[in-house]
Design a binder for this molecule. Structure first.
Ligand SMILES: *[C@@H]1O[C@H](CO)[C@@H](O)[C@H](O)[C@H]1NC(C)=O
Ligand SMILES: *[C@@H]1O[C@H](CO)[C@@H](O)[C@H](O)[C@H]1NC(C)=O
Ligand SMILES: *[C@@H]1O[C@H](CO)[C@@H](O)[C@H](O)[C@H]1NC(C)=O
Ligand SMILES: *[C@@H]1O[C@H](CO)[C@@H](O)[C@H](O)[C@H]1NC(C)=O
Length: 395
């Protein structure tokens, strides 16, 4: 994922080039450039003030006094502060910031919807990726009317990633979310909202401005890896699955495919296998059911059926398939903090294996994915099974 920090660093790293009149570098504050802005989604969303006699110096000293590292002047008379640039503010041509400051006719102070941004050299905050047993799982949409995590925590000493995850752990929750710089929410999931880009979780924690604490209507979500818990049971963006051997560390990923094993007129059944196959090109997750998609055969719809422990995940393809069932879900990656999410079934992500299928109706000894392999299955010898995680690879 591209982090907000990364975007901010890119923007801030750009040297300022090509000024016609005076663009002041006020003391330690250096001009980073002219950025887009809008009144509904501020590029600098911390403190602000307006004054008819605005200057670059009065703005940077105001933001300095508030402890901010970014200051921006706009429309000749407005000053905004923040610790990081907010999405979708974008660097644009210096020519767009062409309005003189109300208090200094020789200085530029942005323009309507364009802001001249200055930086005092303090590094931008970061999204902490791992805190104790908790791992960062993404920046999710949230709303006042439909809270993704129901239990808000009051934390004396202030909300940080450390204090929020500890409070959620103490209250018995496996998912923690930070929002709007100072809110801590706990719950058990799954989340039903969409995952958004990390640069939407770019509000510094009020209690520690070296860390991000979500954003406006955005939850910066952490999952406790010691609990097996579903994060999402719906993913509307197509993905593929990669089997990642649990041992040895860094073993190569094995791409998995949905492969038809039996066909009668107008109905086919498939399993999940390491055998290469290009019929199904992506998969969706809807309410716990997997929906493999075929670009070459879009008229046939495919849905997951109930998979029993010891079996390979099974799918049916017909023109009118049953509602896909699971329950499958996406969970935090226990091997790679902020890495691809992994597939869970029945609330577990640690029971998957690859096994050599020795079924007599499968003379090729295909390697199949098996959920919770057990002894005595006629299709494989459990000693051939290798434990894997199923990484969700977004397309
Ligand atoms: C700017 O204007 C404010 C009132 O809007 C005034 O109090 C202040 O003294 C002025 N500053 C300068 C430098 O003129
Ligand atoms: C702020 O957060 C950083 C990163 O987690 C940490 O190293 C630092 O100790 C914290 N500062 C305070 C004052 O808590
Ligand atoms: C093994 O192969 C048979 C025949 O293709 C199939 O029915 C079965 O689902 C496969 N996988 C497992 C784990 O039994
Ligand atoms: C399973 O494999 C092991 C090791 O290859 C072998 O000793 C055992 O007899 C096999 N079991 C069955 C039921 O085939």
């Amino acid at each position: 994922m591209i982090s907000a920090t990364f975007c901010a660093a890119i923007a801030l790293g750009l040297p300022f080039v090509g000024a016609s009149i005076v663009r002041k570098d006020a003391s330690a504050w250096t001009l980073q450039g002219c950025f887009t802005d809008s009144s509904t989604s501020r590029t600098l969303a911390g403190a602000s003030f307006a004054s008819a006699n605005m200057t670059v110096e009065s703005c940077t000293s105001f933001c300095d006094a508030g402890g901010f590292s970014l200051a921006g002047v706009e429309f000749g008379s407005e000053c905004f502060c923040d610790h990081a640039l907010q999405s979708p503010g974008t660097l644009t041509s210096a020519n767009n910031c062409n309005k003189a400051c109300g208090g200094a006719s020789t200085e530029f102070c942005g323009a309507g919807n364009f802001i001249d941004v200055y930086w005092n050299g303090t590094p931008p905050p970061t999204i902490l990726l791992k805190v104790g047993t908790w791992t960062y799982s993404g920046c999710f949409s949230d709303s006042v009317s439909t809270r993704q995590l129901p239990n808000r925590q009051t934390i004396s000493g202030g909300v940080t990633v450390e204090s929020c995850t500890s409070a959620c752990k103490a209250s018995g929750s496996a998912i923690a979310g930070l929002e709007f710089g100072q809110e801590c929410w706990c719950g058990s999931g799954p989340l039903t909202s969409s995952l958004s880009n990390d640069n939407n979780c770019a509000t510094a924690c009020v209690a520690n401005t070296t860390e991000f604490c979500g954003g406006a209507s955005r939850l910066q979500v952490y999952q406790d890896l010691t609990a097996q818990v579903c994060l999402s049971s719906t993913l509307t963006t197509g993905f593929n699955l990669n089997a990642i051997p649990v041992t040895p560390p860094n073993a190569p990923a094995i791409p998995l495919h949905v492969h038809i094993i039996q066909t009668v007129p107008l109905v086919s059944w498939s399993v999940l296998t390491a055998l290469s196959d290009t019929l199904f090109t992506s998969t969706l997750l809807n309410n716990g059911g997997l929906l493999p998609m075929s670009t070459s055969q879009p008229q046939f719809r495919t849905a997951s059926l109930t998979t029993k422990p010891g079996d390979s995940p099974i799918f049916v393809t017909t023109q009118f398939p049953p509602t896909a069932v699971g329950p499958y879900c996406a969970m935090a990656n226990p091997l790679v903090p902020n890495g691809p999410q992994v597939l869970g079934l029945n609330g577990r992500n640690d029971l998957w294996a690859l096994c050599t299928n020795i079924s007599t109706s499968n003379p090729s000894n295909r390697i199949d994915a098996v959920y919770s392999p057990g002894a005595g299955n006629p299709h494989y010898n459990v000693s051939s099974c290798q434990s894997v995680l199923l990484e969700i690879v977004n397309l």
